[in-house]
Design a binder for this molecule. Structure first.
Ligand SMILES: [Zn+2]
Length: 334
């Protein structure tokens, strides 16, 4: 709730708030710097005055519906304290900057290019720009190569052919993966769930079966030097995910999206399964942060509170695994 209070005070009494901050920072003891976190899955977007609040873990209840009935609502705000959306671009930008500086979170960010540039300008050391493409109609291979060659984008993602009814091994995307392989750019690919009723409500081309981690195998075989991570950890297909990671040593996963939407017990069971299968060094923290800034702290707390993880495993998930995967310099985070 800290963020909502901040928003409220900043909006209602900006000058008093600034004064208060000044007094607070000069009198208080220097707060201990938080250990760094790398969030590998953030969507660049502005705020929205009409967005609905959101209850974390809302998919604990997925009622059925019928073709002639109202579709079930995609999100749910029927809980005691739903997370509030950022109501404007300025609110969203401020929340991201606060996460970068106060929570010491570095983010791999894809989405709205203007927003990525704005966030990167505000905190260049904490924003890692990522260029997503899910369909060859979005950009030619040449344009894609040119964009990556400028050096601004360090990552390719979120690649989400599943929403287009396509396998990640579809040949129409192959040349793009070839460019990423050639330039040594790591790639994040959406595999897995899309929420309750995705195929009926918003994305008629969406196919659950196209989220099977095994569908990556042909593409990986064609690009042996490509480094990919499976976004959403291929939830709920743990068996395939484990087999794929076993066969492909460069494949990592992130925990984004399902970490704040599915029932907590289910999230922990899935994460625990991947860890007990031996992959704690290949799991990266990701939020799937969208316009509800508190999703970040809500999701971080899921890992913090996982009593089956050692402190070392938590640090691996929050930081060390991403440093290794993205070839980052850990000393720059000190
Ligand atoms: Zn996704």
């Amino acid at each position: 709730m800290k963020f909502s209070t901040y928003q409220f005070i900043a909006k209602v009494t900006p000058c008093c708030f600034l004064f208060f901050s000044f007094v607070f920072t000069t009198n208080a003891q220097e707060p201990k710097k938080r250990l760094p976190i790398i969030d590998v899955h953030v969507h660049a977007m502005g705020g929205n005055p009409n967005a609905s609040p959101l209850c974390p873990w809302f998919l604990k209840d997925m009622p059925g519906s019928g073709p002639n009935q109202e579709p079930p609502s995609f999100i749910n705000n029927d809980c005691i304290s739903p997370l509030q959306p950022a109501r404007s671009d300025a609110e969203m930008d401020a929340a991201i900057l606060r996460a970068n500086k106060e929570l010491n979170v570095t983010m791999v960010v894809s989405g709205d290019a203007k927003v990525i540039h704005r966030w990167h300008k505000a905190a260049p050391d904490h924003i890692i720009p990522s260029l997503g493409i899910s369909n060859a109609n979005e950009m030619t291979v040449e344009a894609f190569r040119d964009s990556l060659s400028t050096g601004f984008y360090k990552v390719m993602g979120e690649v989400a052919p599943q929403y287009q009814g396509m396998s990640p091994s579809d040949m129409s995307l192959d040349e793009y993966f070839g460019v990423a392989e050639e330039l040594g750019i790591p790639v994040g690919i959406h595999m897995g769930t899309g929420g309750n009723g995705m195929a009926n409500i918003t994305r008629p081309k969406y196919r659950a079966s196209l989220g099977q981690p095994f569908l990556l195998e042909d593409m990986l075989a064609r690009h042996p030097k490509l480094k990919i991570w499976v976004m959403h950890a291929g939830y709920p297909m743990a068996d395939q995910m484990i087999a794929l990671m076993g066969a492909n040593a460069y494949v990592y996963v992130d925990l984004a999206g399902f970490i704040w939407s599915y029932p907590l017990e289910e999230i922990h069971a899935y994460l625990k399964r991947l860890v007990q299968a031996g992959f704690a060094k290949r799991i990266m923290y990701g939020t799937d942060l969208m316009m509800w800034p508190e999703l970040l702290e809500t999701s971080i707390e899921v890992i913090e509170s996982a009593n089956y993880l050692s402190e070392e495993q938590k640090r691996d998930i929050f930081f060390n695994n991403a440093v290794r995967f993205f070839n980052l310099d850990a000393s720059k985070f000190e």
